[in-house]
Design a protein around this ligand. Structure first.
Ligand code: ZN
Length: 281
């Protein structure tokens, strides 16, 4: 599933292709994504100029002329790929093709169709139902130890579940929550309030993991843009995620797995003891 680093990598890959370009034509091959596309979607986008591309959580926000915003979410299996020219035969799951005035084409591909798109006026963005409840961005200054301490103070939910709560911080999905907790030496099942005193370590771990993933994603996107094939996302080695029963790279203990809020959490029982370590910060 695309997480924040994949979306940020996608945004960075699209910036040079789409910024300043005009959408000559938008070809909708399937309009029933997670929600139906807005009414007259293709007609309303035809001829519009792209002013810039932003990311908020896992949403791509494409700023258009006439103060409108095109929102794209990749869902479970979505991707956007850049083609030097429109494909002679689009792939089966290429649901929307954005034909640019440069001759290039951006294809939205989504086999499971959990992705979504919306088009709205920039003035409505702060109140948009998908955006209004979002917490701070993990890589921005607002996600500070003081902020996190406030949010975790009375939370009895497990720390991993709390980190994946988009109202607390956006874009820390299942993989990166597991990896960040490993790096911080915190057991995923610790009650969030008991992590108090470790906010600084935890935030540093989250930022480090996400930054590394974005950097490694950059090379993936370059390959991907040329090959126009499957993404593969991150090739980098995870410390715990998906490594049940394999030895911890740090201490050799066997990686374990538990299920939390319906999601698999991986951890090292020695590096992430169930007993809270002494306060570090
Ligand atoms: Zn270990």
């Amino acid at each position: 599933m695309p997480e924040l680093p994949e979306v940020e990598t996608t945004r960075r890959g699209l910036v040079p292709v789409m910024t300043g370009a005009r959408l000559l034509r938008v070809e909708v091959r399937r309009s029933d994504l997670r929600f139906p596309l807005p009414l007259n979607f293709a007609q309303n986008l035809a001829g519009r100029r792209v002013l810039g591309l932003r990311r908020r959580a896992k949403y791509l926000l494409i700023d258009l002329d006439k103060a409108e915003v095109l929102l794209i979410h990749l869902g479970m299996s979505g991707s956007l790929r850049v083609l030097a020219e429109p494909p002679a035969r689009p792939l089966t799951h290429d649901h929307v093709l954005f034909h640019l005035d440069s001759g290039a084409c951006v294809a939205f591909h989504d086999p499971r169709r959990f992705g979504l798109m919306d088009l709205f006026s920039a003035a409505k963005e702060p109140r948009h139902k998908l955006l209004v409840h979002l917490g701070p961005e993990p890589l921005e200054r607002g996600f500070s130890p003081a902020y996190l301490a406030l949010k975790l103070a009375h939370k009895t939910a497990p720390i991993k579940t709390a980190l994946m709560d988009q109202r607390i911080v956006v874009g820390v999905g299942n993989i990166y929550a597991s990896e960040s907790l490993f790096l911080a030496g915190l057991h995923p099942a610790l009650p969030a309030s008991r992590v108090m005193g470790h906010e600084k370590t935890l935030i540093a771990a989250i930022k480090k993991i996400l930054r590394a993933a974005i950097i490694s994603g950059g090379s993936t996107l370059r390959d991907y843009t040329q090959a126009s094939g499957e993404t593969g996302y991150f090739q980098h080695r995870f410390n715990v995620y998906g490594r049940l029963g394999e030895p911890c790279f740090h201490c050799g203990s066997m990686i374990q797995k538990i299920t939390q809020a319906g999601r698999a959490s991986f951890f090292c029982p020695a590096c992430q003891p169930r007993k809270i370590p002494a306060k570090k910060s």
